[in-house]
Design a protein around this ligand. Structure first.
Ligand code: UDP
Ligand code: MG
Length: 314
């Protein structure tokens, strides 16, 4: 199949128990769609039986199933980009392999593409995640809303569809740390959203540790806005003016109105100093986050290494 209408890209990291039911449900839905399709699984360096299972799924339906095996773990978003680099379809859908995104919802996204949208986000109804994850998402959603011009209701839902030009723009962005839904929004001319169902994880546990989650959200903020840096500049100027005022007051009390017990104020001054020093440390760290990302892009190393591709060339 040279030019299917639809390409579905699914990143896989240690999902051995979910792959068979996912395959069955996705194929049933896609066969019913009445359009030509391909499904690209990208294995993100799994260490369980996922790779063998994917190879057998490819053998079962070689005309439809393609498998990209990365040589190690590069993270969900990079795995999706490795799939994006190989898609042949006109419309591209992504979803998670853990059955949290029901494959039965794919036609809704494809319909929305048919109505002229070029980047379509799923909005999870009844999100089945821990309270911590839901609150953290709500917070990041608010921050993103305040700091960037990206408007979307549910940035974390990876059940999404994109037009081919949007996917091509994402691939050619050559970014190392990226957040695909936000990047797609930047390139889309007519973004849209549709409600989709959400389920609990099929089997296994989340592949996102707290640190990985934190890093991903830093990627979202640092990749799409300089507002955090502007805030630090403003805080810097403000504290500069306030400390100038403080110097004025102290000079006044020392030379013009002497005799007050300045010693009492020493601890207050220490407190202010500690606060300002910690602001400076946080600021340096923040600049480091930006500079580190710039450094890695400047190095121009390959973003990932594909070990093997299983596909039937026609
Ligand atoms: N995933 C991946 N590489 C990673 C982490 C996750 O390819 O380093 C895949 C994972 O197999 C799943 C999807 O990304 O298909 C979403 O991961 P997960 O369900 O663990 O994330 P959560 O639902 O907890 O946000
Ligand atoms: Mg999940």
């Amino acid at each position: 199949m040279n030019q299917p209408y639809l390409s579905v890209v699914i990143p896989v990291f240690n999902e051995e128990k979910n792959l068979d039911p996912l395959f069955a449900r996705a194929c049933a839905t896609l066969d019913r769609l009445g359009k030509s399709w391909e499904l690209i699984f990208v294995d993100d360096g799994s260490s369980d039986r996922s790779r063998e299972i994917l190879a057998s799924l490819h053998q079962e339906r070689p005309d439809h199933i393609r498998v990209v095996l990365l040589n190690r773990n590069y993270g969900q978003h990079m795995a999706i980009i490795a799939g994006f680099e190989r898609v042949r379809g006109e419309v591209i859908v992504t979803l998670d392999a853990d059955l949290q995104n029901p494959p039965e919802e794919i036609p809704k996204l494809v319909d929305s593409y048919g109505q002229g949208h070029d980047s379509i986000g799923g909005v999870r109804q009844n999100r089945q995640d821990s309270a911590f994850r839901r609150y953290a998402s709500a917070l990041i959603n608010r921050l993103r809303e305040m700091m960037t011009d990206i408007k979307m209701e549910d940035q974390g839902c990876m059940l999404r569809a994109y037009s081919r030009p949007v996917v091509q723009a994402i691939v050619s962005s050559n970014e190392l740390h990226t957040f695909i839904p936000a990047l797609a929004y930047r390139f889309a001319s007519n973004p849209g959203e549709v409600s989709v169902a959400h389920s609990g994880r099929g089997a296994g546990t989340s592949k996102y540790s707290l640190l990985k989650l934190l890093r991903l959200n830093f990627d979202l903020i640092t990749g799409f806005t300089l507002v955090p840096l502007h805030i630090f500049t403003c805080v810097g100027f403000l504290s500069c003016m306030m400390s100038l005022g403080l110097v004025g007051v102290l000079l006044f009390r020392r030379f013009i109105y002497p005799g007050a017990s300045e010693v009492e104020g020493v601890f207050t001054l220490f407190a202010i100093l500690f606060f300002l020093v910690s602001v400076v440390i946080a600021g340096v760290g923040l600049i480091g986050e930006y500079v580190g990302r710039i450094y890695q892009v400047v190095q121009q190393r390959p973003r990932y290494i594909v070990e093997k591709v299983l596909e039937k060339l026609s």
